[in-house]
Ligand binder design. Structure first.
Ligand code: UDP
Length: 328
């Protein structure tokens, strides 16, 4: 198969590219390198540009016979989306509309879309199924949900099949330790905690210890990036085999508190890791844990790296190899 990976130089995208290459699939990447790094996909055929740019999209679709698209290219910072919503409507929605236009024009029938648990927002239920009411609380979540809906309309009008994968907390790094999570403005818990262990940050702020959880800190479902990537390949095969579209949660189905993550990180790194309780961060729900039953049943997807210490270990290996990210 020839697969176009949009946003393939980003964190999850680069793991996707690696997995496809390991499985001997043909991979084409488009990435505008706004947050990604070409160093994370050294062996892939890379088009540097934006999915909204019709000239580069024409080149990609005429120069390659694409069988399926795996679509990551998007802006993905919740706080930034609240401050600058139009950036998100423009890049995420307009970008995907352009991509779908090209898929329709060139007869590409399958798309896997990188969606998010942020479409559920501050949910009343703690274990979230795909039936849980959507209630996004940021332009980021809104645009991801709107894209799911856009794909549904395009699917019924033009016979395209789509799979939307709603990720919970993506984390970890490839077993080689050569690719991983590397951002200029890091906001995610695990890399931040590990930066403290590495001595690049003085302390980790724990955002609130008065939540309705066992230790008062927020509980999240941490899912390894390689398991996420695996689900995308399964989704392409599922769509091709059954000629169906679908929406699936991707999580481990098990929650860890912020305090537990800090404790596990201390164990893995053997570093003290200074942590201080800070005030709550706006919009954080107490507990978000996925029901992953549907993905297991339909896609036959089973997460493999489920132990939290193994997940943290993989991120720690990458961080030791690239203490200053890909630029270092
Ligand atoms: N968190 C924290 N300190 C930090 C970063 C995150 O306490 O410096 C908490 C955050 O409030 C949330 C959890 O860690 O409860 C996971 O946050 P992250 O930003 O990694 O992912 P999110 O759940 O927001 O997608």
């Amino acid at each position: 198969m020839t697969i176009l990976v949009t946003g393939g130089a980003g964190y999850i995208g680069s793991h996707m590219v690696k997995l496809l290459q390991e499985q001997n699939e043909e991979v084409i990447v488009i990435d505008n390198l706004s947050t990604g790094s070409a160093k994370s996909i050294s062996e892939a055929k890379l088009y540097i540009g934006d999915i909204r740019d019709k000239e580069i999209m024409t080149n990609i679709f005429t120069e390659n016979k694409i069988d399926a698209v795996i679509h990551f290219a998007a802006d993905s910072r919740v706080a930034e989306s609240v401050a600058n919503p139009l950036k998100y409507y423009n890049n995420n929605l307009h970008g995907t509309a352009t991509l779908l236009e090209f898929m329709v024009k060139y007869g590409v029938k399958y798309i896997v879309f990188s969606s998010t648990a942020a479409v559920y927002g501050n949910s009343e239920t703690n274990i979230i199924t795909e039936e849980t009411k959507t209630n996004p609380e940021s332009p980021y979540g809104e645009t991801k949900l709107a894209i799911e809906q856009m794909m549904e309309w395009v699917s019924s009008a033009h016979g395209i099949y789509y799979t939307a994968l709603r990720y919970f907390n993506a984390c970890g790094a490839h077993e080689s330790g050569l690719i991983g999570e590397s951002r200029n403005h890091e906001t995610h818990l695990i890399p931040l905690v590990l930066q403290v262990a590495l001595g690049k940050r003085k302390k980790i702020n724990i955002y609130g210890d008065d939540y309705a959880t066992k230790d008062g800190t927020c509980i999240r479902d941490y899912i390894h990036v390689t398991d996420l990537a695996n689900a995308h390949i399964k989704a392409v095969k599922w769509m091709k085999k059954y000629k169906k579209s679908g929406i699936f949660n991707l999580g481990n189905g098990k929650g860890f508190s912020v305090q537990e993550i800090v404790d596990y990180a201390r164990k893995v790194t053997k570093k003290p890791i200074l942590a201080e309780v800070d005030s709550r961060r706006a919009g954080d729900p107490d507990k978000l844990v996925a029901s992953n039953q549907l993905a297991k049943e339909e896609l036959k997807w089973v997460p493999k790296i489920t132990k939290i210490d193994d997940i943290i270990k993989s991120a720690w290996k990458f961080m030791n190899n690239f203490p200053d990210g890909y630029g270092g």
